[in-house]
Design a protein around this ligand. Structure first.
Ligand SMILES: [Zn+2]
Ligand SMILES: [Zn+2]
Length: 488
């Protein structure tokens, strides 16, 4: 989902490589002998052209949520060839998979996404030009997301093998992040139950560990059913389902004054009947409600449902809810953020070639607002806490397992997510270079977690404290099946 907020935050946090700060924050952490990670970084470099080809294939395929058969297969091929034990089609989703290496504790997860967005087809060209008119495109960069996570998993596996380390490394191929909630179903199936920490990335316009939270989101279709009748001949015999929808919307719109001001409620009427002279016996409204705390959102959603029930009662219609998706807000873990930032600094950013710079300059002419410096990719920015307006199914993972994410500069500085400019840069060497930065930083991060038990203990301590006593994660989607056809 959209991550524009995070990408457009101010630049007061801009720091050059080598700046101090995070080392101080970590001064209290016990640390073992630093792991020799030169070979890990070299291995990713050596295979960079393989990963570039995989990422660009997924970019060209641009498969949308739950239809990512070939994209999922491309990542699975890499992991299988590297010796991981594969489980495909997990949690009743044909494109979801896990790839596991090793055994015993700790269990470290690395997450990769690979779904594209409808309507964003775009060539790897700095001017707007669709490859397929109205086709899909990787506007959220998930081709780089899935591939960099795969590269990281393989590099960490090689390191575990070379150093004869125990522990379990598990890659999660998570489909349909863009509104399909793949991770929520994998959580519900218990696939994260034994995991100690999760490491992941997201494409962006800069390099930084992600310190921000975002919005929990509950969405559903409210279906009203009435009785059809001739609207002029026998209106007294009819009961309008559209009346149900309109009464519900009116009540929810009144409710806006009496919810926390940072609540977001949006709806569309997906069915309002067919003809004015027929009393509609079916009508449907599609609602999203968001707030930065799922437990607050639960109460708001219940009031929206009360408005729906009240509307049905008052219009003599019936209503039912199809809860299509529900994702938690992301729970940050500042201990892991600081450790990730330290690892990202070890990797550093990258320089543009003259050709990449020219591409970036052309793209930037199409972007609005104040833009970060054009050479931002060679820097590592400070993590910025705060609350973005995005929602993602990674939120659910972050309440179940201590989770850390970084953003890598895969897009031209100033590019928002879900834009043609993001698709364009993601299909070039700019996207690939950012992807390699992310793969390296994730590898170092995972190796730290395998090497030094106190990292996991500290992360867990903060996790428990942030969640509060007696907290138990539960999804809001109850027993519904994955919406495998939501993009059809
Ligand atoms: Zn997105
Ligand atoms: Zn995304």
């Amino acid at each position: 989902m959209k991550r524009g907020f995070q990408l457009f935050q101010g630049f007061h946090g801009f720091q050059r490589l080598g700046a101090v700060g995070f080392s101080l924050l970590l001064a209290g952490a016990a640390s073992a002998q630093p792991a020799d990670t030169t070979a890990v970084l070299a291995s990713i470099e050596q295979k960079a052209s393989v990963y570039r080809d995989v990422a660009l294939k997924i970019w060209s395929l641009a498969e949308v949520g739950y239809q990512e058969q070939q994209s999922s297969a491309l990542l699975q091929e890499q992991l299988k060839a590297a010796g991981f034990t594969m489980a495909a089609g997990v949690a009743d989703m044909p494109t979801a998979f896990t790839a596991t290496w090793g055994s015993g504790r700790p269990v470290i997860g690395i997450i990769g996404e690979f779904d594209a967005l409808p309507g964003l087809s775009q060539a790897a060209d700095p001017n707007r030009r669709a490859v397929v008119e109205n086709g899909a495109g990787h506007g959220c960069g998930h081709h780089l997301f899935g591939t960099s996570a795969t590269a990281a998993a393989i590099a960490v596996k090689e390191w575990l093998l070379a150093h004869q380390r125990g522990g379990t490394l598990r890659f999660y191929g998570t489909p349909a992040e863009e509104g399909g909630g793949g991770k929520v179903y994998m959580l519900r199936a218990g696939l994260f139950d034994d995991v100690d920490a999760v490491v992941t990335m997201h494409p962006g316009d800069r390099n930084a560990a992600s310190a921000s939270s975002n919005l929990a989101n509950i969405s559903g279709k409210i279906k009203f059913r009435g009785v059809s009748a001739h609207a002029a001949g026998a209106p007294h015999r009819g009961r309008s389902a559209l009346d149900g929808v309109e009464a519900m919307n009116a009540m929810v719109n009144l409710m806006r004054e009496h919810v926390p001001s940072d609540t977001r409620i949006h709806y569309v009427i997906t069915n309002g009947g067919g003809a004015p002279n027929v009393v509609p016996d079916f009508a449907e409204a599609y609602y999203y409600a968001r707030h930065n705390d799922m437990r607050v959102l639960d109460g708001i959603w219940e009031r929206i449902m009360n408005a729906a029930r009240g509307a049905a009662l008052g219009t003599d219609t019936r209503m039912e809810l199809d809860l299509t998706n529900a994702v938690w807000n992301v729970l940050p873990n500042s201990y892991l953020v600081n450790l990730m930032q330290q690892n990202l600094r070890k990797v550093g950013g990258y320089e543009y070639t003259p050709g990449e710079r020219q591409f970036a300059e052309t793209i930037r002419k199409t972007l609005e607002g104040e833009l970060p410096p054009i050479d931002s990719a060679n820097a590592v920015f400070a993590p910025e806490p705060g609350i973005g307006n995005a929602s993602t199914d990674l939120g659910d993972v972050s309440w179940r397992v201590p989770t850390v994410q970084l953003t890598a500069a895969t897009w031209v500085p100033g590019t928002p997510a879900h834009s043609w400019q993001a698709v364009a840069a993601g299909g070039t060497s700019i996207g690939i270079k950012g992807m390699i930065v992310a793969a390296k930083a994730m590898s170092l991060m995972a190796i730290d977690l395998f090497t030094e038990p106190s990292h996991l203990a500290r992360a867990r301590e903060e996790f428990d404290q942030r969640r509060g006593p007696n907290f138990k994660y539960a999804t809001r989607i109850a027993d519904r099946k994955p919406p495998l056809d939501y993009r059809k």
